[in-house]
Design a protein around this ligand. Structure first.
Ligand code: A5P
Length: 229
């Protein structure tokens, strides 16, 4: 029977991704509803004897990992992370990603940058030919939010500060998120460079050259897309 529910696709992708884990690895634990399934699966494997140490990408994931008795390690004590499993809001076959729908993009990008093998897990709705339908999450220092918004306009973007119960949503670092619309993004690398130059912009959700593979749940099976680099 075909499974079409996106959560079941996320679960399938998560179960496939944890097959890459090995004893003694340092493992980056992603954030979001897809990564949730991976963390739960890792908890089960730890219960059954897998020996890993996790580095969570958010306070929420840390709480989940602790509740599952997954041993954690301080990010400051490692030089690299063997493998990370995380979700994405959009991806292309070139493995360009938009991340940050859950607001954890800054820690996610730091963990991804330290990671040797970055596995992205998604449902089939996340695959696109060009990034940009999903609004690009951009983490900003609150003091700089109006300035950053002006700079985004110069790049032909518009944006609004993400709200939570009528107040600005705050990231784990106490920053704001601007959800920015640039229309479709023909050259994500170029836009990423331009965003990197804006003062007060802490990080953006364009993840380029970071993913090693995307495992996408597709009905009742999974498809894997690998980096050609
Ligand atoms: C969290 O900040 C995000 O980067 C998530 O990884 C991304 O939004 C995907 O989330 P879901 O797995 O919930 O779709």
């Amino acid at each position: 029977m075909m499974i079409q529910n996106s959560d079941q696709e996320k679960q399938l992708a998560a179960r496939e991704s944890v097959k890459f884990l090995r004893n003694n690895q340092v493992v980056g634990l992603g954030t979001g509803s897809s990564a949730y399934h991976a963390v739960v699966a890792i908890g089960e494997m730890v219960k059954n004897g897998l020996e890993i140490r996790g580095i969570p990408t958010s306070v929420k994931t840390k709480t989940l990992a602790e509740s599952l008795n997954i041993p954690l390690i301080d990010i400051h004590t490692v030089h690299s992370i063997d493998i990370t499993i995380d979700g994405a809001d959009e991806f292309t076959e070139k493995l360009e990603l938009i991340k940050g729908g859950g607001g954890a993009l800054l820690r996610e990008k730091i963990v991804a940058s330290l990671t040797r093998q970055m596995i992205i897990i998604t449902d089939s709705s996340k695959k696109v030919n060009q990034l940009g339908k999903f609004k690009l999450p951009i983490e900003v220092i609150p003091f700089a939010s109006a300035y950053v918004m002006q700079q985004l306009e110069k790049l032909n973007g518009t944006g609004h500060i993400r709200q939570n119960e009528n107040k600005p949503f705050l990231t784990d670092q106490g920053n704001y998120i601007i959800d920015a619309d640039f229309g479709l993004i023909p050259d994500p690398e170029d836009l990423a460079q331009k965003l990197n130059n804006i003062v007060g912009l802490v990080e953006h959700g364009l993840f380029i050259h970071l993913a090693s593979m995307v495992i996408m749940g597709d009905g009742d099976t999974t498809k894997t897309f690998k980096s050609r680099l």
